[in-house]
Design a protein around this ligand. Structure first.
Ligand code: COA
Length: 270
């Protein structure tokens, strides 16, 4: 278990005090902007597992590799605050379908579900009690044939709704983020057909899930949330929980690692 000095000495600075006890409907969003930390990626790479380092090593473009390392180091740092172990020791494993989860070594850890998403500029980690949680960050793109994609990959209801939209490009990004958040929550990723379920009300803050296969439980047991935009990125979260109260841990875009050495990590207060 780490203490105050270890975390204060990290390149990211010390951890902000963080109450790791999550309420049943609480969903925390931790986010980092890469730019201020780019020259630190070599230092935090040691936190990554052998497999994460291997994956980083396959990325030939230096900036892409840096972002991968920072995103995974950041994920480990966030989860370290919930599991009270060093970032390098956070027991991340992967399900048969590829979803990263915490290994169940203790009752406490089994109560922490998480999901990671990253863009060119940011990484976002969503944390909640439920392991059925997914988060996705998307940036609007001008070069997409939105209706063409919708008719090919999305449900008929969604394509029709986009056809009627007055803000089609932004609505498409919100919808796509919700879709990816859900397929990440169920752990199947894009191997699950995106037209096998429907998102309604995706132009608002609280979209709804519809027409989900019975295997994933009734739609009433799921919550979808759209975070207010992060810069020009859009973030959606899906969680199997009838209610979800999204809490952002720090004002965007400040890195969630406070730099004040007086703050310790939750690990030391146990
Ligand atoms: C998971 C997936 C939806 C991510 O979408 P994305 O927008 O490209 O990437 P994001 O940044 O939002 O998320 C990536 C993170 O999702 C997580 N992830 C990967 N597979 C996952 C799965 N099956 N379920 C939940 N989360 C998953 C990982 O933490 C990953 O981070 P990493 O690549 O740095 O390890 C997508 O990459 C996917 O389905 N991959 C599986 C392979 C696959 O089926 N490919 C088909 C391509 S058509």
């Amino acid at each position: 278990m780490f203490g105050r000095n270890i975390m204060t000495d990290t390149p990211f600075g010390a951890f902000a005090p963080l109450d790791h006890r999550l309420g049943p409907s609480e969903l925390r969003l931790h986010a980092i902007e890469f730019a201020p930390w780019r020259d630190q990626s070599d230092t935090v790479e040691g936190w990554l597992s052998a497999d994460e380092r291997r994956r980083a090593g396959t990325l030939r473009i230096a900036s892409v590799r840096e972002r991968f390392v920072l995103a995974h180091a950041y994920l480990r740092a966030v989860l370290a605050c919930y599991t009270a172990v060093d970032p390098a020791d956070v027991p991340i494993t992967v399900t048969a379908t590829g979803k990263p989860v915490l290994a169940r070594h203790s009752a406490e850890r089994s109560r922490v579900g998480f999901s990671l998403t990253h863009s060119d500029t940011h990484a976002v980690v969503a944390v909640a009690e439920s392991e059925l949680i997914g988060v996705d960050v998307e940036r609007p793109r001008l070069d997409l044939d939105v209706l063409g994609i919708a008719h090919q990959f999305l449900s008929r209801d969604e394509a029709d709704a986009l056809g009627r939209s007055r803000d089609r490009r932004n609505d498409f990004v919100r919808l796509w983020a919700c879709k990816e958040a859900f397929v990440k929550a169920i752990g199947l990723g894009l191997s699950h057909p995106l037209n096998a379920f429907t998102i309604r009300g995706f132009d608002g803050q609280i979209p709804e899930l519809a027409d989900v296969e019975p295997a994933f439980g009734p739609c009433s047991e799921w919550s979808l949330r759209c975070s207010p935009s992060f810069g020009d990125c859009f973030v959606a979260i899906a969680i199997k929980s009838a209610t979800a109260n999204v809490v952002r841990t720090e004002p965007w875009p400040a890195p969630p690692f406070a730099r004040t050495p007086s703050h310790g990590c939750i690990g030391e207060s146990q």
